[in-house]
Design a binder for this molecule. Sequence first.
Ligand SMILES: O=P(O)(O)OC[C@H](O)CO
Length: 485
Amino acid sequence: MYDVCIIGAGVIGSAIARELSRYDLNICWLEKSEDVACGTTKANSGIVHGGYDAKHGTLKGELSAKGNSMFKRLDKELSFGFAEIGSFVIGFDEDDEKEIKRLYENGLKNGARGLEIVDKEFISKKEPYINKEVKIGLYCKTAGIISPYEFAIALAENAVENGVILHLETEVVDINKEEKGFIIKTNRGNFTSKYVINAAGVHADDIARMVGINDFDITPRRGQYLLFDKEQGYLANSVIFQTPKNGTKGVLVTKTYHGNLLLGPSAEYIDDKGNIDTTKEVLEEILQTGKKSIPEVDGRKVITSFSGLRASSKNGDFIIEESEIKGFINVAAIDSPGLTSAPAIAVKVVDIVSNLGLQLKEKENFNPYRTPINRTENMSPEEINELIKKDPRYGRIICRCESVTEGEIIEALNRPIKVSTIDGIKRRVRATGGRCQGGFCTPRIIEIISRELNIPMEEIQKRNKGSNILVDRTKKAFEDYKGDC
Ligand SMILES: O=P(O)(O)OC[C@H](O)CO
């Protein structure tokens, strides 16, 4: 029997797995997708918020401010990449000014650091392309940006290296509460565990219902985004929000960790937990709203659009508690600022299981550090030469847009969490994530995956089962064709 079973390998499950991996415990971790970070985590703003926005007295208020303060240390340990670029909430009129002052006071109560109310000159100096009509702003020096899935992958890899047993493509179908723990039934057999931590994102209510908990519902709140070419990245030096209205922080304009420009998200309540469509009307609205912050944003420079689903609940706050079923802990309704709060949520969950009686003995050999993949893009020519001398595959560029070599792709295939999809490679080394969105490098990547993992090319998937790009050899299909041409 396992001590703990974590359900869900998004950023929240990953942070919890990593935090629990400090202790001498048997932990199993179940994820229905083919990789970690495949739900909400892979499609959001990637912002480490300052912690001023969520209402004081809520879990969101407390944990976002705490989470923010943990990122520098985490990045030192896990090398996922965090840039403390600061954020602005900008205001155009008196109503905005009132709201900005309220946010400032709220932030101080939450314990947010680096807050300052600033004038137009201050904003324009930091953000030369800001709308000239801006009057006032709330500046938060400690806000920053990360790549959300690279953060989750780093946490997850470190958890696995420290002994957590991750089962991908393992979908929980039912859970039985027994006297000594739980039987968790999956498509790959049963798991037994003393404690269950439900971190299943938009499906957390479905998982909770399996043990008879019906007191919360998760309603997906879709956020659509526009991602721009890196050539537009110069337009924003920090994360730029407009003054929040209607219960959403609204459309932000930011540089991403890798230097693209990002606009979004929308905030649309929808019924279908699988609906990550983008729509022309909403994307147009996002573009126009973004232009109110930075008028020079050029809609012709969009390289892709995408959407993600926030796991929202009616009461508006995170649900992090032991449920009425002893030993079953819900970590649910983690919408924004969930990414920021993830490290602090994980610490809180460890406290909960400890208070419930789980013995936490620190492991002597816990290793908080993770070796990142060699990224030639960040190396000097001398360093790249050294690497090529050791392994010439680092001299062969596969993805020209993001400058990714064959050596890096091979490394991505040989990490503590094994992946074999094209998107799995993208989330680890960025190949296919650039200007051409994989138009040129996808065939080369398919060849590399096929050769390295000994999988026929037709079986290589883009993201999950059924998303294979190749179906047959063109010439062979032609030869096999018996009809008239
Ligand atoms: O609309 P919100 O308040 O959920 O905010 C979304 C943020 O941009 C996420 O970082």
